[in-house]
Design a protein around this ligand. Structure first.
Ligand code: ADP
Length: 377
């Protein structure tokens, strides 16, 4: 039915590989663009193109003969996506949505304009200007563009910390007294129909600024759960989303909700939807870009998702042995990304633990974290 359609994914990492997994179910012909010839998707697509997603020419050359183009990362040249759309290629999310999201200051201003709650933030061009804002400290400094996984985010306690700041432009953000960090995956089709997945509680490794584990559903009272879903839907409307988007939010100790960050693509906070929702975020994205009816976002099982990080070379065997032990338990789902030449601490895979009982899923995940830690120790 869809085998004549040529689909392109920009970005060839693990998210792209998981999209391909669902593209297979729909019989799609998938091409991928990434600048790393060894990116995970290179193994799974016979049409893998080495090129820079931030290069106008590379993106246009990649997409010009395709029917539909989507992304698995935000750092993609927007002008090229607009040029492809002008040639009649369908582009999801729209280049305009992506443009708003690529710049953290623009993103914040856009959300504010739509009355969506965000932490206060000031645009600061460089370190020199930053030293004129010391009365706003402590605060969080964020690079306007190209930050990810905590890279490009710095806590500034006092004026002395400014010396260690990266180059601007930045958003200097008020410090939120965070009680819980959550993410809501939302999907919206071209006619404006929206589905919201259950909120996920994300727990970060503060040292590495990396997601450590996440629990779905998040432990929220009914009122807060409804509020965060309503906000996620308003955000999807405000950025005129078509496709899937992660809406990351903070719930402050005083109960206030802030939207922190948007990712208009499948996201690691939605990995659990593969085993623990009626329609995975990846299938949902495939359905949306094919203009098919959306699937149900209903949770089927409580779940916990753990990242597996690349261990030091001398610990690899111990971690592999630990994984074998872990897989002896039921309802443990391993996803190995097939990355080569991984640096210590890089995300190499994840494990999703499901159970009919949320507490049991958490207990199993604590045991697994412990076994994995022994491998890393
Ligand atoms: P990235 O794009 O790198 O993921 P984030 O904006 O998500 O950057 O910030 C990384 C982490 O820094 C967040 O998960 C949160 O723990 C912390 N953080 C970010 N903004 C604030 C803030 N305004 N107040 C307190 N902590 C914050």
């Amino acid at each position: 039915m869809f085998s004549d359609l040529k689909i392109g994914i920009i970005g060839g990492g693990q998210l792209g590989a998981m999209l391909i997994r669902y593209a297979i179910d729909y019989g799609l012909d998938v091409s991928v663009l990434d600048n790393d010839p060894k990116a995970p998707c290179s193994r799974y697509s016979r049409s893998f193109h080495v090129g820079d997603p931030m290069s106008f020419d590379d993106v246009v050359n990649f997409g010009k003969d395709l029917d539909v183009v989507t992304i698995e990362k935000e750092a993609v040249d927007v002008a090229a996506l607009k040029a492809l759309r002008d040639k009649g290629v369908k582009v999801y999310p729209s280049p305009e949505t992506l443009e708003i999201i690529q710049d953290k200051y623009l993103q914040k201003s856009h959300l504010k304009k739509h009355n969506i709650p965000v932490a206060m933030g000031w645009l600061v061009m460089d370190k020199e200007q930053l030293s004129l804002h010391t009365e706003k400290l402590p605060g969080i400094l964020k690079k306007c563009t190209q930050g990810y996984d905590g890279k490009g985010v710095l806590m500034l306690q006092t004026a002395e910390d400014i010396a260690s700041a990266f180059d601007g432009p930045y958003v200097l953000e008020e410090l939120v007294d965070i009680h819980q960090e959550i993410s809501v995956i939302v999907s919206r089709n071209e006619s404006g129909v929206i589905e919201c997945y259950d909120p996920v509680h994300m727990v970060f490794d503060k040292e590495r600024m990396l997601l450590d584990f996440q629990i779905c559903p998040a432990d929220l009272d009914q009122d807060t759960a409804m509020k965060v879903c309503a906000i996620a839907k308003r955000v999807a409307e405000a950025v005129e989303l078509t496709g899937i988007m992660a809406v990351e939010m903070f719930i402050a100790r005083n109960g206030k909700i802030y939207v922190n960050e948007l990712a208009p693509r499948p996201h690691n906070s939605g990995h659990h939807t593969i085993e623990a929702a009626k329609t995975s975020q990846f299938e949902q994205q495939i359905r949306l870009i094919l203009e098919l009816p959306m699937g149900s976002a209903q949770t089927t099982f409580p779940s916990v998702m753990l990242n597996i990080l690349e261990p030091a070379a001398q610990k690899k065997k111990a971690v592999m042995d630990a994984l074998k032990t872990i897989l002896c338990t039921n309802d443990i789902h391993l996803h190995w990304y097939g990355k080569t030449g991984g640096k210590e601490g890089r995300k190499m895979g994840h494990i999703t633990i499901t159970d009919t009982d949320r507490k049991e899923a958490i207990a199993k995940s604590i045991m697994i974290k412990h076994i994995l830690k022994e491998g890393h120790a």
